[in-house]
Design a protein around this ligand. Sequence first.
Ligand code: PLP
Length: 282
Amino acid sequence: RTVYVNGSYLPEHEATVSIFDRGFLFADGVYEVTSVLGGKLIDFAGHAARLQRSLDELEMANPTTEEDLLEIHRELVRLNEIDEGLIYLQVTRGAADRDFAYPEDATPTLVLFTQAKSGLADNPMAKTGMKIISIEDQRWGRRDIKTVQLLYPSMGKMAAKAAGAHDAWMVEDGVVTEGTSNNAYIVKGNTIITRHLGHEILSGITRTAVLRMAQEAQMKVEERPFTMEEAKQADEAFVTSATTFVMPVVEIDGAAIGTGQPGDVVARLREIYIDEMRKAAV
Ligand code: PLP
């Protein structure tokens, strides 16, 4: 596999980053994951815009321009012959003598790599649905910044696995924030309910697109908090993320949602999302 590091395309075993990199020492870095369908990028502009916002919030320099970044993405897709899969991008503040204060002169580190993954669009999970558990949200207070501090979400995935589930939804002050690596939704009749944006959740690029498409399809959207109790009573539930798109949730903390099978509203949203995003891919 060919990867990208600070201006060079290299075989993965030749790519190196300093042990003094602040991404490694302080999780002082941000990332983006963009999916690839038919060799093209899904919502690249959305990911590039959020990357810039994450960097701005952390006063970190952007090592590249949106135009150059698009070229790097495309070149990696070409070099690795990715038809379906994802591109991971990470920017860290760079290498510097270890000190909590930001260094003044560090050069940011930019790393990208691809992962080929068949079955993103034709994901069998879309037919069966996910089982999720709830856990307390113990992450820091700026979840709107897409940082590489992912240990608590990893612990959540492990707790879900141990419970025989696929993922966990996180609960804070009695309401659901989001999933470990996705935004969380419930459906009641023709209404989609998902937590409003703020520092408490990541503004999903998929979330933005899906809420727009839901409204265009005459569904109602309510951006407000919901409890686990309300979720268990919902007709349908789902999550969204760049790599799972729209994925049905059929069980929450052992309780079946609706019929216990993926429902029509979520199936329809998934189809609309994949169709439209394929057409708009770059
Ligand atoms: N929320 C969290 C905590 C995430 O980690 C992610 C994606 O990784 C999302 C939401 C979904 O964001 P997106 O749709 O941009 O992938």
